[in-house]
Design a protein around this ligand. Structure first.
Ligand SMILES: Cc1cc2nc3c(=O)[nH]c(=O)nc-3n(C[C@H](O)[C@H](O)[C@H](O)COP(=O)(O)OP(=O)(O)OC[C@H]3O[C@@H](n4cnc5c(N)ncnc54)[C@H](O)[C@@H]3O)c2cc1C
Length: 474
């Protein structure tokens, strides 16, 4: 399984890289004739900006990952329902004027330039290069939070990238294979077949559900004698799982899990992780074959080290105004002071006074709004050049915010649906507080949403086909 899975991911990466190699010749096309919008990242927020930005701009995408990851499908990918390549889309397919496979190390707001290092050059500092911008979009997402708990980075599995999903899939099958060896003791078998998930948010819940489906629908055919030894435990420090959903839906999820034999342990604090052991404050050491860790967001080094900008105290996200401009560190709620021409969206940012969930839905809506806004600004600026406004209409005091408000309203979030898969054709869906659906209908909505949201036609066809013919050993 793992060999084929790894090959799939590699071939997807190779295709992305090859096209990158050809296109890198166009680097010389970077010019000063058009205003340059530099977009940092290749995730939900960044790709929504890139998709359809006016060709009045020269767009430069910079990300150490040359492909977009459709994160809601990662849990299915890690449990073999889908192939890794179904969750990937090349950044170049969005046709930016240029793309650099590099990570931005620092931003100089005065000089309006970003300093980059590429993983393709082994992060060699002597190969650092800078890119100038007229407008900058920071959409670098976040890492998984570990709260500095010892052993998490070394022994737990994260679920953030396709390579993580491939590792998890390999480990699950490894646990079953070792447990099926004649010389494996009964105690070791039970340990190997105990799967622990830390974090009761949508990612931890969906992974537990997919794992349950994989074991009971597919692996039960290959390892029937091992199934009675299998257990899945989900731990969370909060009093209930899925805190972003209404309690009725969260309770429904917990009861559904209980019926399926997934053990939900709330009010549990992990103090340490060793190889194959979760240490809990309340219960002491718990042995297991695999620990999947999914407990919130930690900012990337770029955001942590960014100076002169306002950040929220809770998670260290960069703060923006309603037009998604970065706020200066000296900014006050009553007198906002923005950093001109710099925007921040997605998981790395938060709008001052309007805390939104860190989801793909928010990130992509912000990206789409910013793209439309930048396109309107381009038109406004073109008109202003053709017919300059009279002196009384502008003043030296005219700020970016004044111009922004002339071209449109600030960003507003519309929650379409918040969804979570619970396993065995069951899901929950919430439109707003008190308006939820659960069960089979929610499951149809869940699948429908992901089928329509996958970007390329290739994946729109491939995903439903693979859902029909799932094979964990591929
Ligand atoms: C397993 C999983 C399942 C999820 N399921 C759902 C779901 O069902 N529904 C939902 O709404 N949300 C879901 N989410 C949350 C959702 O994926 C995130 O909220 C979303 O990815 C945030 O988008 P983003 O663009 O801000 O960041 P990301 O999508 O994380 O993208 C960040 C990008 O920035 C790049 N980058 C990082 N550092 C730098 C740098 N220094 N310079 C340049 N580029 C950089 C990265 O390589 C990456 O390309 C899920 C998340 C996970 C992990």
């Amino acid at each position: 399984m793992s060999l084929v899975a790894t090959t799939c991911a590699r071939s997807a990466l190779r295709r992305v890289r090859l096209s990158g190699w050809k296109r890198s010749l166009s680097t010389i096309e970077l010019d000063d004739r058009r205003k340059r919008v530099v977009v940092l990242g290749a995730g939900w927020a960044a790709t929504s900006v890139l998709r359809g930005l006016s060709d009045k701009f020269q767009t430069v995408a910079i990300s150490p990952r040359a492909y977009f990851v459709f994160t809601p499908l990662l849990a299915s990918t890690s449990c073999g329902t889908l192939e890794p390549r179904t969750a990937l889309e090349s950044v170049r397919s969005l046709k930016p004027s240029e793309y650099f496979e590099a990570s931005v190390q620092s931003i100089d707001f005065e000089k309006k330039e970003v300093l980059c290092l590429s993983p393709l050059q082994g992060w060699d500092p002597s190969k650092a290069f800078s890119v100038k911008y007229d407008k900058l979009v920071i959409a670098v997402g976040a890492h998984t939070q570990t709260f500095n708990i010892p052993g998490v980075r070394e022994h737990a599995y994260f679920l953030k990238e396709t390579k993580d999903a491939i590792k998890i899939r390999k480990r699950i099958l490894g646990c079953f294979e070792e447990a099926s060896l004649p010389s494996t003791s009964e105690e070791r078998r039970r340990q190997l077949l105990h799967f622990c998930v830390v974090g009761g948010g949508p990612t931890g819940v969906e992974f537990s559900a997919e794992l349950h489906d994989l074991i009971h629908d597919d692996l039960s055919r290959h390892y029937p004698s091992l199934i009675p030894l299998v257990s899945i435990s989900l731990y969370d420090v909060a009093p209930r799982i899925l805190s972003m959903f209404d309690s009725v839906l969260a309770d429904y999820a917990a009861n559904h899990f209980a019926r399926q034999g997934i053990h939900v342990h709330t009010r549990r604090t992990v103090t340490r992780i060793d190889d194959g052991v979760v240490h809990l404050k309340e219960e002491g050491p718990v042995k297991c074959g695999m620990i999947v860790w999914s407990t919130g967001l930690d900012m990337t080094p770029l955001i942590k080290e960014l100076k002169g900008v306002k950040k929220d105290h809770k998670a260290g996200r960069i703060m923006t105004d309603g037009y998604l401009h970065l706020l200066d560190s000296a900014s006050e709620a009553e007198h906002p002071k923005v950093i001109p021409d710099v925007y921040a969206i997605g998981d790395c940012a938060v709008i001052e006074g309007d805390e939104l969930p860190s989801t793909a839905q928010v990130a992509s809506q912000q990206g789409a709004w910013l793209r439309r806004h930048l396109n309107r600004l381009a038109k406004y600026e073109a008109k202003a050049i053709a017919a300059p406004p009279k002196a009384q209409e502008t003043s030296a005091e005219t700020t970016a915010v004044d111009i922004d408000s002339k071209v449109g309203r600030g960003f507003r979030y519309h929650n379409i649906l918040t969804l979570a898969y619970l396993g065995s054709w069951n899901a929950i869906a919430q439109r707003s507080k008190g308006h939820g659906i659960r069960g089979r209908i929610a499951w149809f909505l869940w699948r429908g949403a992901y089928m329509t949201k996958t970007i390329s036609l290739r994946n729109k066809i491939r995903v439903p086909l693979l859902w029909l013919v799932r094979n964990p050993h591929k």
